[in-house]
Ligand binder design. Sequence first.
Ligand code: DOR
Ligand code: ZN
Length: 352
Amino acid sequence: MDSLVITRPDDWHLHLRDGEALTHTVPATSQAFERAIVMPNLVPPVTKADQAEAYRRRIMASVPAGQNFDPLMVLYLTDQTTPEDIDAAADSEHVVACKLYPAGATTNSDSGVTRLDALTPTLERMQERKVLLLIHGEVVDPHVDVFDREKQFIDDILLPLRSRLPDLRIVLEHITTSDAVQFVESAGENTAATLTAHHLMCNRNHMLVGGIRPHYYCLPILKRSSHQQALQDIVASGHRRFFLGTDSAPHPIGKKESACGCAGCYTAPYAMPLYAQIFEDLGAIEKLEAFSSLLGPAFYQMPANSGKIRLLRQETQIPDRLELGSDTIVPFLAGESLRWALDTTFSDGQEG
Ligand code: DOR
Ligand code: ZN
């Protein structure tokens, strides 16, 4: 197989940042993806529907001419988010979900939620108005080992939440453990998960053996290989509630190669070649299209895209550095090459 034409995919978990970064991050995603769930962890965070709509207009200003890109917007939940904020989100044109960051769990999460119980009326309104809940599923208790934080979140917070609000549509984002796979499999039709390329491709040895490699540092942190295997097995099985979300999260080089480096892997420019290589290595290339382009829309109750993309069996060389506004960034797998490439001359079935 030398080329692969699939329905144009969507990225169900993406960080675009803001300001001049958008001139790089938006085209990096829009070249391959039609829609993206845009994370709201800006500084300050996107907590109101009108802020989300304004952020979307800034994003749209960076979409290259001739490309279709439809950013789907997300509100950042805080302890102050009210049911009225949810009504405004549900009534807005482009807000489809709210993101739960436990306060302190990750990048720009300081304004996140400290007591989920106190948000019950807000979550009930989300359930009623069909606004999805997207979750960064890690506890922040300093006594809980960083490698156990996802499992602890599932046990202590997610299981009770799931039974309290059975009709709320929940996406457990960027899952990293067999525990998360089992939870989502058994949680029923209203619960799904996104999977990143880096968590499918790597385990903690990639980050820690032979030296500490900050460009593999992300949150939730890479786990041991048995967890990676569970993630690979579930996507190779084609399960309907596990789909693509890159969590592509750019940070300038100085914030990664630092005594206290930021979490995040910048995968967006090469996302589809990365996933194609992963699925091919799993012997499951025939499952790539559903994972990338069909299962996400089905869970979000949206139509699949009508356009197509083409991937070529051709080397993609990942550069050592990329520009990001006035910053420099080291992309994920910098200096390495992939076996697949996105055909940028192909659009909607037309040769360019
Ligand atoms: O690795 C990550 N980077 N995980 C997150 O949860 C946040 C993200 C970011 O915003 O940089
Ligand atoms: Zn993220």
